[in-house]
Design a protein around this ligand. Sequence first.
Ligand code: ADP
Length: 367
Amino acid sequence: AWLRVKNASLENHHQKRKSDASPNSTVSKQSDGTNRDTTSTNKCIDMLRGPDGELPAKLRSVESYLIERISNEIMSHDPNVRWEDIAGLHHAKKCVTEMVIWPLLRPDIFKGCRSPGRGLLLFGPPGTGKTMIGKAIAGEAKATFFYISASSVLGKWMGEGEKLVRALFGLASCRQPAVIFVDEIDSLLSRRSDREHDVTRRIKTQFLIEMEGCDTGSEQILLIGATNRPQDLDEAARRRLTKRLYIPLPSSGNHLFGCKEARAWIVRNLLEKDGLFKLSTEDIDSICKSTEGYSGSDMKNLVKDASMGPLREAFTQGTEITNLKKEDMRDVNLQDFENALQEVRPSVFLNELGSYEDWNSKFGSFP
Ligand code: ADP
């Protein structure tokens, strides 16, 4: 019901606060006659006020409920991913560090001819670590991270998508340095079609305007777009996403080194985290040989399934899960992985990879 208060702009909200007879009141009357606790909205907004009690100019016309929703659903202060959590992708990490993290950490040096682009595109098959890279950038650069998927802007946020986009960039500018990560960016910035809905068109236009603003201004806002369909991006979007990095499968058939090791690393890392890693080097080698073409996300699913092996075995031997003692459980072994390989198949067709390689050679920053 509280969404119905959207006509109340921040300015009104501020005025109301000033004139409120009861300054500690946390309940507001809704247009449908119900009451809503406004404490959390007030908290989000109060954190943004300057020493003079005023909101930054960019947020004065933004409605308070939008600020609250973005703060709660889209913004994150510590996305909790570091470079060392990401397997392989050494080349991408190196490029991103130079192109993105250094400039965010040292804006004083990265100006003039060193000034960085404000748009980065990560493209490649699904489940290869694009979102992880976005989060790691925010973590390493101590930036505020905003994650939004384009399909949600055009879906659940559709009715207010245009306002959301304005509010998102407005909030990012008050939370600098900031990283705005747009997943499935192709659906937001795809080639325009005549049959496109008016609302969709307006959201896209607003998005391009905001991107342009980021690029020309002196603000420390980095836009990262991720896509598995780079060929759908329109030319204007491509131009604005000045750096375009291919994020490939952790497959040993790839031209980037360390790919097979990346699959081994994911297996080892996930099992070690739970104290379950007891595999030999030969076992790991064998798993890597059988997982050619698996994405990072497929590998994670494989490990999850394999780690169920000892439980399933105990169950088939008649042990009830409630009576199962942890110390009696056997280690996860190669056979568990071989069984899991029957269940968890690769999610990317190897013959799709050619289209990424093609696009990379035409438009990629490091073909
Ligand atoms: P994408 O954004 O490319 O679709 P994600 O970054 O969301 O993929 O990855 C999904 C999950 O797969 C991650 O949460 C992680 O567990 C695993 N994963 C994918 N790539 C890697 C990688 N390179 N290193 C470690 N884990 C990975």
